[in-house]
Design a protein around this ligand. Structure first.
Ligand code: BG6
Ligand code: MG
Length: 217
């Protein structure tokens, strides 16, 4: 294991709840029932694909231009939450994990579908922790396609098999496996059956310990 590739939303920072709140407002406006269980399907997937899933749930269809308008509206709402987000919303143990992994010689990349990744890393003062940032502005295929992680490995100058992906979404874990990488789920094994190893989070864990767990998996 030479490279660590991290998803952003729900792995490094608790933004998954803000995505949910913003989408729920849009769904309510359209009269589409949408709960936390439905929201699991949206995790890790692009903004447009997320909206299309909501439309599917409601059995609705919409012109491309109107879909774009709703996506822009969702992002405006999401950004109002993000702008108020305190730095303390970095998930527990994340910064020490990143810093100790760096010191131990691992290369570190971000692999996120979010077009807001740079903004969020800046706000949390995490930008300097990364050797490469691949986000929604750099990929054309949404997770579960492995493009985002393959580009991450490439920018780190590493083979996919030497990289481990940390993900809280089913789509993201499928993407990691499809790309030939090791897959660590952040969350429960019941919710993330695609993961080789699951961690509740990064508190009290080191990259070396993750490597040991993967070797046994
Ligand atoms: C992923 C989130 O990280 O980014 C999804 O899990 C989100 O919920 C996607 O839809 C796109 O994010 P953004 O910030 O570009 O709308
Ligand atoms: Mg995520």
């Amino acid at each position: 294991m030479k490279g660590l590739i991290f998803d952003l939303d729900g792995v490094l920072v608790d933004t998954a709840k803000y995505h949910y709140l913003a989408w729920r407002e849009i769904a309510q406006e359209l009269g589409i029932p949408f709960n936390e269980e439905d929201n699991e399907r949206l995790k890790g997937v692009s903004r447009m694909r997320s909206f299309e899933i909501i439309l599917e749930i409601g059995g609705r269809q919409m012109e491309e231009a109107e879909k774009e308008r709703y996506c822009a509206k969702k992002n405006e709402r999401y950004l109002t939450y993000i702008k108020k987000m305190p730095k303390s919303e970095i998930l527990p143990g994340v910064r020490p994990f990143l810093e100790s992994a760096r010191r131990a010689g691992y290369k570190i990349a971000l692999g996120s579908a979010s077009k807001n990744s740079r903004l969020i890393l800046e706000r949390l003062e995490l930008t300097d922790c990364f050797d490469a940032v691949i986000d929604g502005t750099k990929v054309s295929k949404a997770k579960p396609d492995p493009e985002v992680f393959l580009k991450g490995a490439q920018e780190l100058g590493l083979a996919p098999a030497d990289c481990v992906v940390f993900e809280d979404s089913q789509a993201g874990l499928e993407a990691a496996r499809a790309g030939g990488m090791r897959a660590v789920g952040i969350g429960s094994p019941e919710r993330l059956p695609q993961a080789e190893v699951c961690l509740p989070g990064f508190e009290g864990v080191t990259a070396e310990e993750v490597e040991t767990l993967l070797a046994r998996a």
